[in-house]
Design a protein. Structure first.
Length: 207
């Protein structure tokens, strides 16, 4: 279903798609979490949807500086007491932001940014999440070296024409990358429209 764009706010249809199914997974995966860092908040639509529906945790947005004004505009239109204004996080070189984060959520990022930045996302998460910390990654993935649908194949071609460094990643590569940084796959959830939601947990005894 196509959402109506609120006037004066940046809008991404991809952010609106499948929010209810994503929430159903996050409600379980983040049930015992308290402070979530969203990496790549984009327009800010995810934060204003998920934060009020997960009131037991703090939802910390983050993105490149150029996206902060749009994120703040969404927050101003749809405030929530547990929603935090965006922090600067550039996977090209930013340090891990301050805060005792015990979970990370990232959506529609791994196929947009270049592979070295995907690697850094997992390296930072593995290094800074506490034992038992959760990383949830939403988006399309390939399995067994191939596309899961014709629509994903077409989407990948569009991505690579736009930026050759982007493209739908292979699930096996993501799982191996996560393992190298101490993050074990806990669940691989099928989502509508040929997307997935991967839930990974950092090893070690949970605090």
């Amino acid at each position: 279903m196509t959402a109506i764009q609120p006037p004066g706010l940046p809008f991404s249809q991809a952010c609106e798609n499948n929010q209810a199914p994503i929430l159903a997974v996050l409600a379980q995966a983040f049930a015992d979490r308290r402070h979530v860092l969203e990496i790549g908040s984009g327009t800010g639509q995810h934060g204003v949807y998920f934060a009020p529906r997960l009131p037991h945790l703090v939802w910390q947005t983050s993105d490149l500086a150029e996206n902060h004004a749009g994120i703040r505009a969404w927050h101003a239109r749809y405030p929530a007491p547990n929603l935090r204004p965006p922090l600067l996080l550039d996977l090209q070189g930013s340090d891990w932001p301050p805060g005792a984060f015990d979970a990370v959520f990232t959506s529609n990022t791994t196929h947009i940014v270049a592979w070295p930045l995907v690697q850094r996302l997992f390296a930072l998460s593995g290094a800074h999440l506490p034992p038992g910390g959760v990383l949830a990654v939403y988006g399309p993935f390939n399995y067994g070296g191939g596309f899961t649908s014709d629509s994903n194949r077409a989407f990948d071609a569009w991505l690579r024409a736009r930026d050759p460094a982007s493209g739908i990643r292979h699930f096996e590569d993501i799982a191996a990358l996560a393992a190298r940084h101490g993050l074990a796959l806990e669940r691989d959830h099928a989502m509508p429209a040929n997307n997935r939601l991967l839930v990974l947990r950092r090893g070690g005894a949970q605090a």
